[in-house]
Design a protein. Structure first.
Length: 460
């Protein structure tokens, strides 16, 4: 069977969620081509070649873009079987199944995706009809991803560090999360479970990426310290095999503090920064979200990591139904007070709460007065802020940041514009230090809305 796997967005990384299923499908005997629409143009020839299309949708932005691209496939090739797979595949499933796809698969999708293609390939078998979405959480093993089917790493985000840029590889040592933060889409699929990727597969993949020129690795697990012994064993083995590589990872504030003893070794093994979802500096909002930390604990985590020479790259969600103007101002001031201006991608000042189907926050009684209808095109239940001015402010800041990013404005400059838009006094920023803070060159974020520039090329 000839299969085309399409990625629309994977945070500026070479898409693991195309390379991994491509390897599984090839092992099952199918021919596979890959298309990454974040760096490659629409390919009519690939659509003519293929007998089935799989859209990788590991996050909100990817799904929004895939809906647009899927409509184009359906218009140009109305009989072509389509599958959506990944964390967001079962979001807006009625829209997907009615208009676009024969199958939607979330969770550990490789076995079910391969089974779907096997069904299509069966002699004289009719095309599988659309059925109930599949959430596949069985434990399994993974093939080393088929990186050779994708554009080279030079087409993707790079690590910026002290005026130098390094090619970056993206891997995952685990999927899912043991936590149930109410605003996060992961619990809707994994329900407090994790599934690890066998260590040798991860290490072989990193060695392959290093051979392709990667000098830095992003561990993209939802939380790298959920299975901390597994993750630390991979870090140790990786440092032994490739001691020159640096890396970053994502983990919760509570894990930074709970596993305080790992950071000395993590730093010595090449950890440059840790992504932490701080979300808010209003403790009442943090409780509603069940983040598992307070603002004071977030400060402790920042200090602990810095003691070991590791920077924190915080993510925020400033706009929720309960956000007041003061809450937004306090986030922006918190960033300055803790010397984080260069650490925060400006899109973080604009993030608005998303409420996909299955969100645990939908059950919260405090949300009920603000909750509206589900919007299948936006993949979220609508809500109104307690203070209507907050909706206008979010739109203003989103436009400001998107314009600045498009113009390649330096982060301190964009931060200054955000402060000015909020009526805050200017603050001094150490520009030399800002240049030394490690960051990835991809400025957007998985829970941000797609930009106009991202959506236009995929429109039917």
């Amino acid at each position: 069977m000839r299969v085309l796997l399409i990625s629309t967005y994977e945070l500026g990384h070479q898409p693991l969620h195309v390379a991994s299923p491509a390897a599984a499908l090839r092992r099952a005997g199918h021919e596979v081509r890959c298309l990454d629409l974040s760096v490659q143009p629409w390919d009519p020839g690939a659509l003519e070649w293929t007998q089935a299309v799989g859209f990788s949708v590991p996050m909100h932005t990817a799904m929004r873009l895939a809906l647009s691209a899927g409509r184009r496939v359906r218009r140009e090739h109305p009989r072509l079987p389509i599958c959506f797979y990944g964390l967001y595949a079962t979001v807006s499933r009625e829209l997907v199944e009615r208009e676009l796809a024969a199958r939607a698969i979330a969770g550990e999708y490789e076995p079910a995706l391969t089974a779907w293609v096997d069904e299509l390939a069966a002699p004289w078998a009719p095309a599988p009809a659309a059925g109930r979405p599949i959430i596949h959480l069985q434990r399994g093993s993974f093939e080393p991803p088929a990186r050779e089917l994708l554009p080279g790493l030079e087409r993707y985000a790079r690590l910026a560090l002290g005026g130098e840029e390094r090619l970056v590889g993206y891997v995952e040592a685990s999927h899912g999360c043991v936590h149930r933060c109410r605003h996060c889409p992961v619990p809707a699929v994994y329900d407090g479970r994790i599934r690890v990727v066998q260590a040798e597969t991860v290490l072989r993949d990193v060695e392959r990426l290093a051979g392709m020129g990667a000098r830095h690795i992003t561990f993209g697990d939802p939380d790298f310290l959920n299975g901390w012994r597994h993750s630390l064993a991979i870090v140790r083995a990786l440092h032994e095999r490739l001691p020159e590589l640096t890396f970053d990872c994502t983990t919760k504030v509570e894990h930074v503090l709970e596993h305080a003893g790992v950071w000395q070794e993590m730093a010595a093994s090449g950890c440059l920064f840790v992504v932490c979802a701080l979300e808010s500096v209003n403790d009442e909002i943090l409780v509603r979200l069940e983040k598992g930390h307070t603002t004071a604990q977030a400060v402790q985590a920042l200090c602990l990591l810095r003691e070991h020479g590791i920077e924190t790259r915080p993510s925020f969600m400033p706009f929720t139904p309960w956000t007041s103007p003061r809450d937004v101002l306090e986030i922006v001031d918190f960033v300055a007070a803790h010397d984080l201006v260069a650490n925060v991608d400006p899109v973080q000042y604009t993030i608005r709460l998303l409420l996909p189907p299955g969100s645990l926050l939908l059950e919260h009684p405090d949300l009920a007065p603000h909750l509206g209808a589900y919007d299948p095109d936006r993949l979220s239940y609508q809500w109104q802020a307690a203070d209507p001015a907050m909706d206008r402010l979010q739109a203003e800041l989103a436009t400001l940041v998107e314009t600045a990013v498009a113009a390649d404005a330096p982060i301190p400059v964009t931060y200054a514009r955000v402060r000015d838009a909020l009526g805050l006094d200017p603050v001094a920023v150490d520009v030399d230090r800002a240049a030394r803070v490690p960051r990835l060159s991809e400025p957007w974020f998985c829970c941000a809305e797609p930009t106009t520039a991202q959506l236009v090329p995929l429109a039917p």
